[in-house]
Design a protein around this ligand. Structure first.
Ligand SMILES: NC(=O)c1ccc[n+]([C@@H]2O[C@H](COP(=O)([O-])OP(=O)(O)OC[C@H]3O[C@@H](n4cnc5c(N)ncnc54)[C@H](OP(=O)(O)O)[C@@H]3O)[C@@H](O)[C@H]2O)c1
Length: 259
C-alpha cells in the first residue's frame, strides 16, 4: 500500500489475535515494527518470527497497561528503537464481562478503562508530542469495537471504554490535524482469535452469528490488518476523525429479522 515502505510503527497487543494479524500485514507492506506484549511471551515471539520471515525489521517490548505510570517510559523506549515512529496502533485491549454481581466494587471496570482507554490516551498524547517536537507527520489507528455503536448485556465497562475511545479519537483528530497527525478508528465486528476460537467455532455458535451477519461469516485477523494498513497509508492522507467499521454488515442490519 502507498507510503508504508520503511514506516516505523508501534503496535500494542501484538502477541495474539488481531494485533498479530496487523503485524503480519504491516510487515508484508515493508513497515519496521515495534511489537508490544504484556504477558504472552510465547505469543510475541511467534509474531516476531512471522514478521522477521516476511523480511521486516522488528523488536519486542513488554508493558502492563494497568500501570499507567510506566507508559511514558515504555513509549520513550518504543520511540528510540528506530529513532522515531511514524505510526501508532492502539490495539491492546481487555474484553471484560461485568455484571452487578461480579463487579460491584468496580475493579474490573477500572481495569478495563486502564487498558482500553487510559493507555491509548497516554500513548497517543506522547506520540503526538514527539511528532510535534520532531516536526513530522504521524498516523494513529485506535482499535475500538462495534460495541461502541451497539451493544448487549455484560459489556458496560467494555462498551463504555470503546465509546470513549471513539470520542477521544475524534477530539485528537481535531486537535492535531494542524500538525498533520491523523487519528482514525477501526471498529471490528466478530473476529475469532485464539482467546475466542473454541467458543466461536462451535457449530451452534457459528450458525447463530453467521445467520445474523449479512456477509454470512466472521471476520479474519488479516482483514483487520489490511484495514489498519489502509488507515496508516497515503490512501487515507485526508482521512482523520473517522470510524471504519468492518463487521460484515452486522451493525447495519440492526435488529431487523431475516426475510
Ligand atoms: N476479536 C474480536 O472479535 C474483536 C472485536 C472488536 C474489537 N476487538 C479489539 O481488538 C483488540 C485485540 O483483541 P483480540 O480480540 O485480538 O484479543 P487478544 O488476542 O486477547 O489480544 C489482546 C492483546 O491485548 C494485550 N493486553 C491485554 N491486557 C493487557 C495489559 N494489561 N497491558 C497491556 N496489554 C494487554 C494482550 O497482551 P498479552 O496477551 O501479551 O498479555 C494481547 O496482546 C482489543 O482492543 C479488542 O477490544 C476484538
Amino acid at each position: 500500500m502507498n507510503g508504508l515502505k520503511d514506516k516505523r510503527v508501534l503496535i500494542t497487543g501484538a502477541s495474539s489475535g488481531i494485533g498479530a494479524g496487523m503485524a503480519r500485514v504491516l510487515a508484508r507492506e515493508g513497515c519496521r515494527l515495534v511489537l508490544h506484549f504484556n504477558r504472552n511471551q510465547a505469543g510475541i515471539e511467534k509474531t516476531l518470527k512471522a514478521v522477521t520471515e516476511l523480511g521486516a525489521e522488528a523488536t519486542i517490548l513488554q508493558c502492563d497497561f494497568r500501570q499507567p505510570e510506566t507508559l511514558n517510559g515504555f513509549f520513550k523506549q518504543a520511540w528510540s528503537v528506530f529513532e522515531g515512529l511514524d505510526g501508532l496502533v492502539n490495539n491492546a485491549g481487555i474484553v471484560s464481562k461485568t455484571t452487578a454481581l461480579n463487579d460491584a466494587d468496580g475493579t474490573q471496570f477500572l481495569e478495563t478503562m486502564a487498558v482500553n482507554l487510559h493507555a491509548p490516551y497516554l500513548l497517543s498524547t506522547a506520540f503526538a508530542q514527539a511528532c510535534i517536537l520532531a516536526k513530522q507527520p504521524g498516523a494513529i489507528v485506535n482499535n475500538s469495537s462495534i460495541h461502541a455503536q451497539a451493544t448487549c448485556e455484560w459489556f458496560s465497562a467494555y462498551a463504555a471504554s470503546k465509546a470513549g475511545l471513539d470520542a477521544m479519537s475524534k477530539v485528537h483528530a481535531v486537535e492535531w490535524g494542524q500538525h498533520q497527525i491523523r487519528v482514525n478508528v477501526l471498529a471490528p465486528g466478530v473476529v475469532p482469535v485464539e482467546r475466542t476460537d473454541k467458543i466461536l467455532s462451535h457449530p451452534k455458535m457459528a450458525k447463530k452469528w453467521h445467520d445474523k451477519i449479512p456477509a454470512g461469516r466472521y471476520g479474519t485477523t488479516d482483514e483487520m490488518g489490511e484495514a489498519t494498513a489502509y488507515l496508516l497509508s497515503d490512501a487515507t492522507a485526508w482521512m482523520t476523525g473517522s470510524v471504519l467499521t468492518l463487521d460484515g454488515g452486522l451493525i447495519a442490519r440492526g435488529n431487523y429479522p431475516s426475510r
